[in-house]
Design a protein around this ligand. Structure first.
Ligand code: UD1
Ligand code: CA
Length: 459
């Protein structure tokens, strides 16, 4: 392949999204639309990627600033796709090779299809190659007009098309490969006398044909790849396709997904074989799930690592945390960031962990808040235990050493340490360190007043 430069069009208004957010930043299957496009583009190992921005340019640039290797060209005002591509010229001065043009709102395009487009384009020595698709309902798209020899002769936009042309089922995907040499000079020849008064990039096809330059078309096998997002309805449709692809890949690798239609797994998530995922599970971000796990309905896991053989009961939320092998979680557990659940540990119902590590085989089975705590191996945290980690100004740590037993309904006022093997009596408020092997009792002593009830009861 020759040098590749990518240009992504993203200056348009996205009117039908009815959104304050730029269209290409709307999320489908866990990633902004533009990231799906950039991933496909990066598989071509381009020397440069230029994004054409215009409408909501500032917001878009800010959102994309962390992506490396992007250059931005502003198109103001937005006079059409031909005019949009022209804005990349100053950034590509002196560059040669193949320019691949993509749309920021077409997220299903596969890297393999782009590679095939570039291969055909270069093999045929074409000045332009258009990626096309044959679709059942072509309304709205530009139609591919072919000559008697079956070669692409031009593209006519839906609004400019005659009734006969509207019958054509082959459409322009809006994705092209261009030889950079004649490109920018030719873009200046595009006019705007058409139904929309815009400078149409597809007009380049006719301009090149008139000059005797080679124009090719490559037709996609799966026409869904060119689906664009112009509305919230299309956003949901595209997301459903991306999701189905991810689920199918996981099932092919040995994961059981009980109901793929209601299972939401982001593109970068990994899941090991023989893991069973029940309906209504969301696995997001860079989550990694081991093998032989079972994840019940209504669980959401974000940017977390779950090892092998973990059982997660219904309705748990796990964020930016680690769960070691054999652990059991939930139902209704909330594991907040920077937590670490040890091997074979149990986190039961209505237990919240935050920035807390729970040692191997430790148990916190019922109704607890464990924040900023380091909890050792085989510790038993009784029902209703609370680490009082916040004094109104600063956070403090609670340390519970190996084998300690915390009686139910205890408060551990941090900073505080419970030594190895120590016992804390139920209902205690612990404000001082407990030595190893000691019993700490921090509660009022019980008084029984005999006959008090009948004496005081109103007759
Ligand atoms: C375009 C094509 C059409 C094709 C369809 C495929 C033209 C004239 N028509 O139509 O043949 O079938 O895509 O989806 O190109 N944009 C800018 N600046 C502009 C105008 C548009 O950056 O001045 C960007 C938009 O943000 C979008 C892309 O270009 O990412 C396509 O523009 P859009 O208005 O959606 O074109 P379509 O009417 O869909
Ligand atoms: Ca479009």
């Amino acid at each position: 392949m020759s040098d590749i430069h990518v240009v992504v069009l993203a200056a348009g208004k996205g009117t039908r999204m009815k959104s304050a957010r730029p269209k290409v930043l709307h999320v489908a299957a866990g990633l902004p639309l533009i990231d799906h496009v950039l991933r496909a583009a990066s598989a071509l190992s381009p020397l440069s990627i230029v994004i054409i921005i215009g409408h909501q340019a500032g917001q878009l640039k800010d959102a994309l600033h962390s992506r490396t290797g992007l250059a931005f060209a502003v198109q103001e005002p937005q006079l059409g796709t031909g005019h949009a591509l022209l804005q990349a010229e100053p950034l590509l001065e002196g560059a040669s090779g193949t320019l691949v043009l993509l749309s920021g709102d077409v997220p299903l395009l596969r890297a393999a299809s782009l590679a095939a487009l570039v291969r055909t384009h270069e093999a045929r020595g074409a000045a332009a190659t258009v990626l096309t698709a044959v679709v059942p309902s072509p309304a709205g798209y530009g139609r591919i007009v072919r000559d008697e020899g079956g070669r692409i002769a031009g593209i006519v936009e839906h609004k400019d098309a005659s009734p006969a042309e509207r019958e054509i089922g082959e459409i322009n995907s809006g994705v092209y490969a261009f030889d950079m040499k004649p490109l920018f000079a030719a873009l200046r020849e595009i006019g705007s006398s058409n139904a929309q008064g815009e400078y149409y990039l597809p007009d380049l096809v006719r301009i090149y044909r008139d000059r005797g330059l080679t124009v090719e078309a490559v037709t996609l096998e799966d026409s869904r790849e060119i689906l664009g997002v112009n509305s919230r309805k299309e956003l949901a449709e595209v997301a459903a396709i991306l999701r189905a692809e991810k689920n199918e890949a996981l099932m092919a690798s040995g994961v059981t997904i009980v109901d793929p239609a209601t299972t939401y797994i982001a593109p970068d998530v990994t899941v090991g074989p023989d893991t069973v995922i029940h309906p209504g599970v969301h696995l997001e971000g860079r989550t990694q799930i081991g093998s032989g796990c079972e994840i019940h309905s209504g669980v959401r896991i974000v940017d977390s690592a779950v090892a092998d053989g973990v059982l997660i009961h219904n309705f748990c939320v796990i964020l930016e945390s680690q769960v070691s092998s054999g652990a059991r979680i939930g139902p209704f557990a909330h594991i907040r960031p920077q937590s670490n659940v040890g091997a074979d540990a149990h986190v039961g119902n209505f237990v919240e962990l935050k920035n807390t590590s729970l040692g191997q085989g430790a148990k916190a089975n019922h109704l607890s808040y464990l924040g900023d705590a380091t909890i050792g191996r085989k510790v038993n945290v009784g029902a209703g235990t609370i680490t009082c980690n916040y004094d109104g100004a600063a956070k403090h740590r609670t340390v519970i050493d190996d084998g300690a037993f915390i009686g139910s309904d205890s408060q551990l006022v941090a900073p505080v340490r419970v030594g190895a093997g120590a016992y804390v009596a139920a209902g205690s408020t612990i404000t001082r360190d407990v030595p190893p092997d000691a019993l700490a009792i921090g509660r009022g002593t019980q008084v029984n007043k005999d006959g008090w009830v009948s004496k005081n009861k109103k007759k």
